[in-house]
Ligand binder design. Structure first.
Ligand code: ZN
Length: 136
């Protein structure tokens, strides 16, 4: 598997509207895109930082994965995403190594990326996302 870079850090927030000011007003980053991914009950907001991005995640419903995460653990870094060259190949390789996967097959994430999550029990408790985009 070829990992190209840290694609983004996913940060769970109660409100993008309230949470974004630190990233824009204080750090001077730019909010470039927001998108709601209905299947995941989440709205995302992306702030590019050099080669990587910060992704703020706000739940659209208390029973979504981000809503549940915040209820259990509060706001904070929810996942780390690595950009891979070929996500199908990466998942096959991880599966062959016996790594438990949340997504056996890639699915569509925000911004048209193909994404898949590994199970945190394989990674010392960190939720790891793999992401592939057509432009590298
Ligand atoms: Zn993500």
């Amino acid at each position: 598997m070829k990992i190209l870079k840290i694609d983004h850090l996913g940060i769970a927030v109660k409100s993008i509207d309230e949470g974004k000011n630190f990233w824009t007003d204080v750090l001077g980053l730019q909010l470039t895109a927001t998108e709601t991914v209905q299947e995941q009950k989440v709205t995302t907001a992306f702030f590019p930082v050099g080669e990587s991005e910060v992704e703020l995640l706000e739940s659209t419903s208390p029973d979504g994965p981000i809503g549940k995460y915040i209820e259990k653990r509060g706001e904070g870094i929810q996942h780390v995403a690595f950009r891979v060259e070929n996500i199908e190949e990466a998942l096959a390789e991880l599966k062959a190594k016996g790594i438990p996967l949340i997504d056996e097959k890639p699915r569509r994430g925000a911004g048209g990326a193909m994404i898949a999550f590994l199970h945190p029990k394989a990674t010392s408790g960190i939720l790891v996302e793999l992401s592939q985009r057509d432009e590298h």
